[in-house]
Design a protein around this ligand. Structure first.
Ligand code: R5P
Length: 301
């Protein structure tokens, strides 16, 4: 009989680790990360893990300070005898840097994927920002599973809005918006976005006829500065169909952006891929299904 999986929580990912362990019949423990006064880190795992498959649960928003402790952990668990090392990172960072937009720019998504691929046997994430990359296979050399949040979003929305029309703020949001709308049995519309800076965004292409008789709900994969959905909300207001609700998968926004969103009349509901006050939709089951799809499950007794 093979050993049951051990789910290790990076700092801040204890709830995620516990939820996953319960669903794959494993148990969980913490990765202890000590911050030295000079800013360096030491990681420690006290749970016995030799000859066990290990899942590392990690929230990788604001990733740079988390990346080195993650690297040390991945190398550590391998060295301590884990049979497989799978990363469950509900938010996969750097995916928007999928192109050399200006000469000399790094394509960070490819670098980050190569870095992880060298240390992992598999990756599960949720709704990665696949825009110019057709799939995770384009940049990862390991088995990956991109879990969908759209069924969970549709299930949650069903209890919130009677006759929704889902509105995506830009072309790349079509993939999420169309799937969620299909799951909900609702219509959808997608706008066109022009970005000229981190916070400078313009949207166009709203067809008011597509909204008739429905309540618009904005949906995007992530909110960072809030500029994208605030501009989309403004276009909806100008068309006489103001949105009250905005759903996103990854809530990357800070308090300042939250205030802008509230000033635009938007209540935001996010999936729990990034711990955030707006979390309302649980995608842990979809992540656990992804782990099972990669062969991580409790052994048959
Ligand atoms: C980019 O295309 C993404 O799908 C989001 O629309 C974008 O990252 C949101 O960023 P912000 O909130 O800063 O406008």
């Amino acid at each position: 009989m093979t050993a049951p999986p051990l789910v290790l929580a990076m700092p801040g990912a204890q709830a995620l680790a516990a939820g996953l362990a319960a669903r794959i019949d494993g148990d969980c423990a913490d990765v202890e990360v000590h911050d030295f006064p000079d800013g360096e880190h030491r990681v420690r795992v006290q749970a016995p893990l030799a000859a066990r498959p290990v899942v590392i649960a990690a929230h990788l928003d604001r990733p740079d300070a988390k990346a080195l402790p993650l690297l040390f952990t991945l190398d550590l668990v391998r060295e301590l005898g884990a049979t497989r090392v799978i990363l469950a990172a509900p938010y996969l960072p750097y995916m928007r840097q999928d192109h050399r937009f200006q000469p000399g720019e790094a394509i960070s998504s490819a670098s980050f994927a190569a870095w992880l691929s060298g240390r992992l046997d598999g990756l599960v994430t949720v709704e990665p920002h696949l825009h110019r990359w057709p799939s995770l296979d384009a940049i990862f050399r390991i088995p990956t599973h991109a879990a969908s949040a759209t069924a969970a979003i549709a299930g949650w929305l069903r209890g919130q809005v009677a006759r929704p029309v889902l509105v995506g703020p830009d072309e790349e949001s079509e993939q999420w918006v169309a799937r969620a709308a299909a799951a909900l049995g609702a219509p959808h519309a997608v706008l066109r976005k022009h970005r000229s800076g981190d916070r400078e965004v313009r949207v166009e292409g709203l067809d008011p006829a597509a909204l008739a008789g429905h309540e618009p709900v904005l949906l995007d994969d992530m909110i960072s500065t809030g500029s994208t959905v605030v501009e989309a909300a403004s276009a909806l207001r100008a068309a006489g169909a103001p949105a009250r609700l905005c759903v996103c998968v990854h809530a990357l926004f800070d308090a300042e952006a939250a205030a802008r969103l509230a000033a635009a009349g938007l209540r935001v509901a996010s999936c729990g891929t990034v711990p955030h006050a707006s979390n309302a939709i649980d995608v842990t089951p979809a992540i656990a299904d992804g782990l099972s799809a990669l062969g991580l499950q409790a052994p048959c007794s």
